[in-house]
Ligand binder design. Sequence first.
Ligand code: GLY
Ligand code: MN
Ligand code: MN
Length: 503
Amino acid sequence: MDFDVKLQNFEDMLKHLLTLLMTAAFAGTAFSQVLQKPDDYLKSEFHKNRREALRAEMPDNSVAVFFANPVRNRANDVNYVYHQDPNFYYMTGHREPHAVLLVFKEQQQIRDERLDELIFVRSRNALAELYDGARLGKEGAMEQLDFKLAFEGPDFEAFNLDFSKFDKVLFYDFQDDVRNTREEGDLYDLIEQFKEKVGYKSDDLAIEPQSNNIDLTTLNTIMKRLRGVKLEEELVLLKKAINISAVGQVEVMKAMKPGMSETEIQGLHEYVFKKYQAEYEGYPSIVGAGHNGCVLHYIDNYKPAIQDGELILMDLGAEYHGYTADVTRTIPVNGKFSEEQKQIYDLVYEAQEAAARICKAGIEFSALYQATADIVNQGLVELGLYKSTNPEDMVDPETGRNRYYPHGCCHHIGLDVHDKGDYDILKANMVITIEPGIYIPAGSPADPRWWDIPVRIEDDYLITEEGCELLSGMAPRKREEIEALMAQDSPFDDVVLPELGNR
Ligand code: GLY
Ligand code: MN
Ligand code: MN
């Protein structure tokens, strides 16, 4: 939009400034009335219920304290898109920075009320809201987040709560990586003031526990237990994120051609995510062809032209209303697996199937890895890539890991891609990945015909009492099904953009 503001003289300039300031002053109210939000976010009842669940698990006479995520600077005056801390989001539904939540085990006398929770949020600010959109403010926090009482950040310093009266003050240790924005009551101030209030001595932490009532471990134990098992409302969002991600894989399988760039392929996946209203990627997208696919978390996605004959490994997850999928497909760029690619692919597929067959509530997490490793290791011996399944024949002395299958196979997904959860026994309504892989980079001891073959197949499963439900099945995994899909036309085939030339 082009504004042609011609200021004839100083008087005009003053008038113009005044108009801008008045617009700013009214912007907060005006925006909050017209802003549209999706109606399928988790409801405030969900978050309130999670605070109840936390309270039920907290020790007697304790308080739990959660801080919002910091704003991260990208460069100069541009910040990264804000992402709330998943624990904070789970407990509040609040998506703004600069906030602190207090959950009390027992009701406390706060002013003239008996309360078991409190939140401090950013103050309203008309000018800031003009640029960045409406803030909830304390009234909004009470109304929309369902708190009986909310305060603003700048109120925290003078907030008169004696933390020494609690047997335990539960919180996560600080990372000391928060910028001081110099705005009163920002996250930096909240943390510093909290440290002061509870007598936190950061210098002691690495060596020994704090001598007072500070407890830096119990909260994580509780959060793992709570977040590791998904509620129905969470499953709705998680399944949506997973289906969106699987459709991304399907569309890219149809569109894939030698000569496309890794970035372009990433863009097609992410276009599908956005088409379905997924806000973000749950983690930086991994799109690596040939050698690049052997880098486990390759996110440069730089290769300008993927080559006929290469495999491309695509590990991408849409984040939908906070919940992230984690789905990987590995496909031949030209639509047909070579003989060597087939052998490695089928081994990874069989490994994944073996883990999925035994996956159900009650079994140990570690059994899943073992099921995949048994197939991969034995298969690699049969193909001549390992001499034997003795550790000395499989372990790369430089990394200390299994040379061609160097990572674990399963993790929880949810608000984090590597979500909070326990890793001992599987429980119903956990959602986990099963993601075996084999990566044979050029230069490895294998015969060169195997070089630069990377295969990871990663799917998302809901654990049930009887077994597990494959949630990412919209994207084919079987070799023949992938090849058949890749032979289909794609709507992206018809997308032709102009040559930029030297313009
Ligand atoms: N996308 C990261 C992982 O699979 O764990
Ligand atoms: Mn994963
Ligand atoms: Mn992944």
